[in-house]
Design a protein around this ligand. Sequence first.
Ligand code: FAD
Length: 453
Amino acid sequence: MLETLRAALAERVADPARVITTPAVVQRLSKDFYWYSPILKRQLEGKAGDIVVQPTHVDEVLEIARYARQHAIPLTVRGAGTGNYGQCIPLSGGIVLDLSLMDKLEEITADGVAVCQPGLRLAPLEQEAQKQGWEMRMYPSTLAKATVGGFLGGGSGGIGSITHGMLRDFDNVRAIEVVTLEAEPRVVRHEGAAVHEVLHCWGTNGIFTRIWLALAPAVEWSQCAIAFDTFDEAFDFSQGIAQDSAWTKRLVTVFEWPIPKFFTPVKQVVAEGKALVVMMIATAQLESLRHAAEAARGAVTFTGAYTGPRTQPLLSDYTWNHTTLWAISADPRWTYIQAGFSPTHCREQFRLLRQRYGDEILFHIEFMKNGEGEAVPGSIPLVYFNGEERLNEMIAYCREIGVFIANPHVNYLEDSGRYRADNIQLNAKQRYDPQGLLNPGKMLSFKPEDTQS
Ligand SMILES: Cc1cc2nc3c(=O)[nH]c(=O)nc-3n(C[C@H](O)[C@H](O)[C@H](O)COP(=O)(O)OP(=O)(O)OC[C@H]3O[C@@H](n4cnc5c(N)ncnc54)[C@H](O)[C@@H]3O)c2cc1C
């Protein structure tokens, strides 16, 4: 059976070496960072595809899609496998479509749109954009590894989101071409509002093969770290910077103590016992920021130029969901939730959570711009894992007190925060993948054609 599949796929790509059946490699290319969640770690440990194929051209993707459709074989797309929710882990075996070799940056247009293949990594995109006077509007803290296709398929935002919002906002994604799994697979272009049919769908309703991503004019950035005696002072100062459009910023992050003590490679920026603020700010405003921080009783512990993804130390390596990684490295019982606090009631929400859970929850704030243009306290709090029941109770309590939660302990789209109530993702799935072959089991509201009642 596997040999038939291998031989069939080998006929559909120019080089048969790009079809992989070596069990250890298939296992590795079936996984992501699902183990961030102790719940998903248990649920997904044994899951894997049967075979990996690495196309280099859209025509090969079409051929593979046709074969999968004709033989009803599950097909799960993969970029770099840095997703956290087990997004690219096949639940029903089948083909892992590894697009990491489709990694060309085709062009950067005169008006600042990167046209690229899905396997392009974000770091080379950022570097090339900088050379041409542009930069990415936003990138996840995994920019060294993550691909453009994987970011659009499973990510949301990151460094830059304080100014440009999330991927879904402000026309940040201009167009996406996808290969469908219809009776006759084809390439369909989604443009403007139609990108939301396929954006952040975990590869369940189309295979991205070409992407148009809006860039921003490059800014000369500096990194800065500021220590404050208390979380409240750090938060107030950061919120002021985040909400004031006079500051040109790319990153505004707040950690309460003891989170900074997990950042062992950058001990020099950490002040024992103090909350830490990490920012990327226009170099032209760095001195003004220093004065503002000192006036707010902050102590600047580090400043340095940002010269691109290879900058050392790169403070963004400690922000967004990298924070959780440093905590897990220190103690594997740390995990996380993804939260959105109210910009007006967050202090009360912090107080209620502290009162109920003590230091079982540690506040890590990532300010971001929402779709209305308002700077809001997004958050990836650390949670000390005391069992599934306790974690779910905490999530329920957060929701009860008005804290938005994108639950990172589930392996399906609907509860993970980016499922759209207008059902356009589901409608696209019904149209483009009626048999449910793309990453089966990840969109629970979908029922395959032949099982619909
Ligand atoms: C340490 C750490 C920090 C992180 N920080 C952030 C952060 O700051 N912001 C953020 O948004 N995320 C973050 N993430 C999550 C993840 O890194 C990002 O979502 C990343 O952009 C995923 O890219 P990838 O290439 O690894 O995608 P993968 O993990 O390979 O895939 C992600 C999803 O997209 C689908 N997919 C991949 N390629 C395609 C394609 N061509 N067509 C259709 N679907 C496709 C996959 O099937 C899967 O469901 C973090 C994760 C880790 C481990």
